[in-house]
Design a binder for this molecule. Structure first.
Ligand SMILES: Cc1cc2nc3c(=O)[nH]c(=O)nc-3n(C[C@H](O)[C@H](O)[C@H](O)COP(=O)(O)OP(=O)(O)OC[C@H]3O[C@@H](n4cnc5c(N)ncnc54)[C@H](O)[C@@H]3O)c2cc1C
Length: 506
């Protein structure tokens, strides 16, 4: 027993765990975050990658959630303009579905529920004149446009982990909590670190295990110390196709089952289509995109697209599991609340466990503040909230003007190809110079891979971002894996990246 002692042990390195770790560490608490796999390897890498109010949630009267989420768009644009940017959405009118008046009323609320500074208002558009109309069937003549934000979800997690570490937090990946024992002053957590057993102590446990939160709560040997957590697991899948010609906007397509499906520009060369709502009961780790879900998404998109997509167009697919609040009265998974809840069990140091249920990528920062509010009585003298006005690492771009910043970098590093420069700047913002380091010409970057990845960047990701395997690099720290798949050289790239890693792990 024993091991290092912390104020807070955070279980789970998804967006909620990383966000709580950063907030708590910045308020002066000693924090350890443990993640059984890689950072963002759970649900947080598999979202639709939107910082959005959630237009659809208005139909379920989730005004609190929508307002909070709408406000966060502006906050996140300021904090991380390299990985968050505004995206225009086009919503074509569809016969027999929601009426024009109903959509208009929803958009009016969306525009006015929260103050906007940088996000434009919605408006009616003529699809015969708007460039977006070219992507759609020619008989679709009217629609609306509105704005939300895009985010690189996996990088958002990593940047929050970095922020936490900058404030002294320990970030331990490939470390699984296998047992939790209550004590007089502190919990003792048993950790499995790649087969090796370790322990650590913490006054309070934050259970941010996402779709595993019920299992994490049950690890407490004394059940009185940890309240039961009830989740509904709802799988959502996406498919990726090469960029649909002209589809530079996001599209929101209404489906005949009352749901909506997003068609989104993804990286520079792809279109992302999602998502589904499938209730599951098995292990979240085993969720995959089924053939039925692929067909569903293709059919939903093809009802609107000028050039229908086929199965053969799909180059990648992924599934994630939403950890939603259980609601006995609701059988429709699409109608379950996307809001979060916090369950605090135990009353003092050594017994208190706070479990996070639900939550959106969009609202992770507010959720972290709510967690700290709940824990404040246990930590007298806790510093006040601070994250709203603090940039994420690499986000301190002058005036938040990403375009201008990249132009400056391109002048400074004229020997870096444009595509690579843009990819580096999107991933690292003002830390791009750190990644390039003392390289003076392209050869100095080492082997080059699709998606603007280089051996030098791999080294940086290993040294600074807890990347250990080729998949960490190719699918979470970057999406170079996707570019390699499109180029038909995924295995070769994976092997080459693997050879660069100290761990040599795929
Ligand atoms: C299809 C889909 C689309 C979505 N789209 C959006 C969107 O566009 N915008 C938006 O705002 N939200 C979206 N969401 C919601 C959002 O993705 C999730 O709410 C969010 O990612 C949940 O984050 P989390 O940190 O709670 O969970 P996770 O990311 O799953 O993190 C939990 C982590 O805990 C770890 N863990 C579990 N047990 C243990 C243990 N015993 N020891 C150590 N580690 C452990 C897991 O490995 C995992 O990495 C979407 C969700 C889905 C499924």
């Amino acid at each position: 027993m024993g091991g290092p002692r912390y104020d807070l042990l955070v279980i789970g390195g998804g967006i909620n765990g990383a966000g709580v770790a950063a907030d708590a560490a910045g308020r002066g608490l000693s924090v350890c975050l443990v993640e059984q796999g890689d950072l963002a390897s759970g649900t947080s890498q598999a979202s639709s990658k939107l910082i959005h109010g959630g237009l659809r949630y208005l139909e379920h009267f989730e005004f609190r959630l929508v307002r909070e989420a709408l406000l966060e768009r502006e906050v996140m644009l300021d904090r991380a303009p390299h990985i968050v940017w505004p995206l225009r959405f086009v919503l074509p009118e569809a016969d027999g579905l929601r009426s024009r008046l109903r959509v208009q009323a929803g958009l009016f609320l969306y525009d006015h529920l929260a103050r906007r500074r940088r996000i434009p208002a919605s408006r009616a558009i003529d699809l015969t004149a708007d460039p977006a109309g070219g992507v759609l069937r020619s008989d679709l003549r009217r629609g609306f446009s509105y704005w939300d934000c895009w985010v690189d979800d996996a990088r958002l997690v990593v940047l929050n982990a970095r922020l936490a570490a900058m404030h002294g937090a320990q970030i331990r990946t490939r470390t699984r909590v296998t047992a939790l024992a209550r004590g007089d002053e502190a919990w003792t957590a048993t950790l499995d670190v790649g087969g090796r057993r370790e322990t650590c102590q913490a006054r309070v446990v934050v259970n941010a295990a996402g779709p595993w939160a019920d299992r994490a709560a049950a690890l407490a040997r004394d059940n009185a110390a940890a309240g039961a957590v009830h989740l509904r697991l709802v799988k959502g899948s996406h498919i990726v196709v090469p960029r649909i010609a002209g589809a530079e906007d996001g599209f929101l397509f209404q489906n005949i089952d009352g749901r909506v499906v997003f068609v989104l520009p993804f990286e520079t060369a792809f279109t992302l289509i999602g998502t589904t709502d499938v209730a599951i009961s098995g292990s979240p780790a085993e969720a995959t995109c089924s053939a039925e879900e692929e067909d569903y998404l293709l059919a939903a998109a093809n009802r609107f697209l000028a050039r229908p997509l086929e199965r053969g167009d799909i180059i990648w697919r992924f599934a994630g599991v939403r950890p939603l609040q259980a609601d006995e009265d609701q059988s429709n998974p699409s109608a379950l609340s996307r809001d979060y809840a916090l369950e605090l069990s135990g009353t003092g140091a050594g017994t208190a466990m706070l479990s996070i249920i639900g939550g959106k990528v969009t609202t992770y920062r507010r959720l972290a503040e709510a967690v700290m509010d709940r824990l404040a009585p246990l930590f007298p003298g806790l510093r006040p909230a601070w994250t709203a006005s603090r940039h994420l690492p690499g986000g301190d771009i002058p005036n938040g003007d990403f375009g201008l910043y990249v132009e400056g970098l391109s002048r400074l590093y004229a020997w870096i190809p444009e595509v690579m420069m843009l990819a580096l700047a999107r991933r690292h913002g003002t830390a791009t110079r750190e990644v390039i380091g003392d390289a003076r010409r392209l050869d100095d970057m080492g082997s080059l891979f699709p998606g603007g990845l280089s051996a030098r960047e791999v080294g940086y990701l290993v040294a600074n971002e807890w990347a250990m395997t080729a998949d960490d690099i190719l699918w979470r720290r970057t999406k170079a894996g996707l570019h390699a798949t499109l180029a038909g050289c995924e295995e070769a790239v994976k092997g080459a990246v693997c050879a660069l890693l100290p761990s040599n792990r795929p």
